[in-house]
Ligand binder design. Structure first.
Ligand SMILES: NC(=O)c1ccc[n+]([C@@H]2O[C@H](COP(=O)([O-])OP(=O)(O)OC[C@H]3O[C@@H](n4cnc5c(N)ncnc54)[C@H](O)[C@@H]3O)[C@@H](O)[C@H]2O)c1
Length: 418
């Protein structure tokens, strides 16, 4: 089962046609980034330092969708504030501005130019110099956090404490603080009673969603074995927000990133299918040949460019999940899920219809689906598709896998949240 990752051939061709030397030499630093970011229009997909479209953002052909099948669940418009317009321009990529039940009231980015560009792209009349200041706006009901990964949990907790619903880009928690952040984020969700959703794009890949429907209807029985992969060569040297200078450059949070600190595109291939939990993990890593991992003091003291985890599931199954930033011929986000019983071809596992103007969009047609699910979870007061329990299990299983890899694969328990 392969992820519905449109444009995969294009990525294969691109990646196959350049050498590592050219890749590193061609890295022009923040000046090039600033120029690229400034030149790109709101509809332009984000590009890496080589000018190539970042995998997952290729223009996808809108799948034939009967928009007339979408029925509004309410006339109400949720007032949303959007934070973050960095390398991936994620703030504008999820169709909040097109959803009939949303009014995008405010936008923010720490960088004034990126803030203005985001406000223009999403039609927000108000701007704030930071997400922290936007969260104080009492007119806002929900915040979409598309800032750098290390800031997600802190901003989500703050927004929940101000009685805002929160949708956060992945991962839910990050890095050395992840386990502590998980505890605090979980408590903030419980105490606030607000909705929290993590925007895991694999959750709405066509194949994963179809398996989810199969599993939930009981067709597959117990999942005996599942595997998920996120292969993306070069992430450790891709640009990202650098808090030291405020720029998007090669010294931001992605530099030498431990692959398993960014596990959710893979781990979704069990957690989002079943709503179940990984309980224990044994991880292994391989040392990367990219020089950034060998720098004397890289910010995470991380040597690994590829990490593979074996996991036990609560229902007694086994999983293998992998994330790699340095395998040349491996691309995309995909997985396989095998149950005790056969896939039932008679069950319709197609994704829900979307409102006119809201496209599936990037990452296999997942963007619009995630937004629609989050907004309907507020309007209908129902559980979002990736709630706090799913988000933390998808994220922490990778964080603990990295800890395990540092201990040569020792089996370790994953903190449980439900
Ligand atoms: N498939 C996926 O789900 C997928 C794909 C790509 C990126 N992402 C996630 O999306 C997020 C954004 O990615 P990116 O590459 O654009 O990140 P980035 O690091 O390039 O940019 C982050 C932006 O957030 C802004 N920011 C940081 N702190 C802020 C604050 N307190 N208030 C307002 N703005 C603030 C920065 O100025 C910057 O413009 C990341 O967390 C990444 O993990 C997910």
């Amino acid at each position: 089962m392969k992820g519905n990752f449109n444009g995969r051939e294009e990525v294969t061709k691109d990646d196959g046609s350049f050498s590592r030397r050219r890749f590193l030499n061609g890295f022009g630093g923040s000046g090039i980034f600033a120029g690229m970011m400034g030149a790109a229009g709101a509809d332009e997909p984000p590009r890496d330092q080589r000018g190539k479209v970042i995998p997952g953002f290729e223009k996808t052909k809108q799948e034939p969708r009967v928009v007339t099948d979408w029925h509004p669940v309410s006339e109400r418009k949720i007032k949303v504030g959007i934070a973050g317009y960095g390398l991936c321009k994620f703030g504008a990529a999820f169709y909040y501005q097109n959803h009939p039940n949303v009014e995008v009231v405010a936008a923010t980015d720490l960088d004034p130019q990126r803030c203005a560009a985001l406000a223009k792209a999403v039609g927000a009349k108000k701007t704030y110099p930071s997400c922290e200041e936007m969260i104080q706006d009492q007119s806002l009901e929900a915040i979409y956090i598309a800032t750098d990964a290390p800031s997600h949990a802190r901003l989500a907790i703050m927004a929940l404490e101000h009685d805002k619903h929160v949708c956060s880009a992945v991962p839910a928690v990050f890095g050395f603080q992840a386990v502590d952040e998980a505890e605090r984020l979980f408590r903030a969700v419980q105490q606030s009673g607000m909705k929290y959703m993590m925007n895991e794009t694999s959750t709405f890949h066509a194949d994963l969603y179809a398996k989810r429907v199969q599993y939930q209807s009981g067709a597959l029985g117990k999942i005996i074995y599942s595997e998920g992969e996120y292969w993306h060569d070069g992430v450790g040297v891709l640009g990202s927000y650098n808090p030291k200078n405020g720029r998007i450059d090669e010294f931001g949070w992605r530099r030498a990133l431990p692959p398993m600190w960014y596990p959710t595109h893979a781990t979704a291939y069990y957690v989002s299918v079943t709503g179940g939990r990984f309980t224990e993990v044994s991880g292994l890593g391989t040392e990367s040949a990219y020089p950034v991992y060998r720098e004397a003091e890289n910010q995470y003291e991380n040597l690994f460019g590829t990490e593979i985890a074996m996991l036990k599931t609560k229902e007694g199954g086994i999983s293998r999940m992998g994330v790699s930033w340095d395998m040349k011929d491996a691309h995309g986000e995909q997985g396989r899920v095998y149950g005790q019983k056969s896939h039932d071809q008679k069950i319709d596992g197609s994704r829900p219809p979307l409102p006119m103007g809201v496209e599936g969009g990037g990452h296999g047609g997942s963007h619009g689906q995630l937004t629609n699910d989050f907004i309907e979870s507020i309007l209908l007061d129902r559980r979002p598709i990736v709630d706090i329990g799913d988000a933390l299990n998808m994220t922490l299983s990778g964080v603990i896998a990295h800890q395990s890899a540092l201990k040569g694969g020792e089996w370790m328990r994953i903190p449980q949240y439900d």
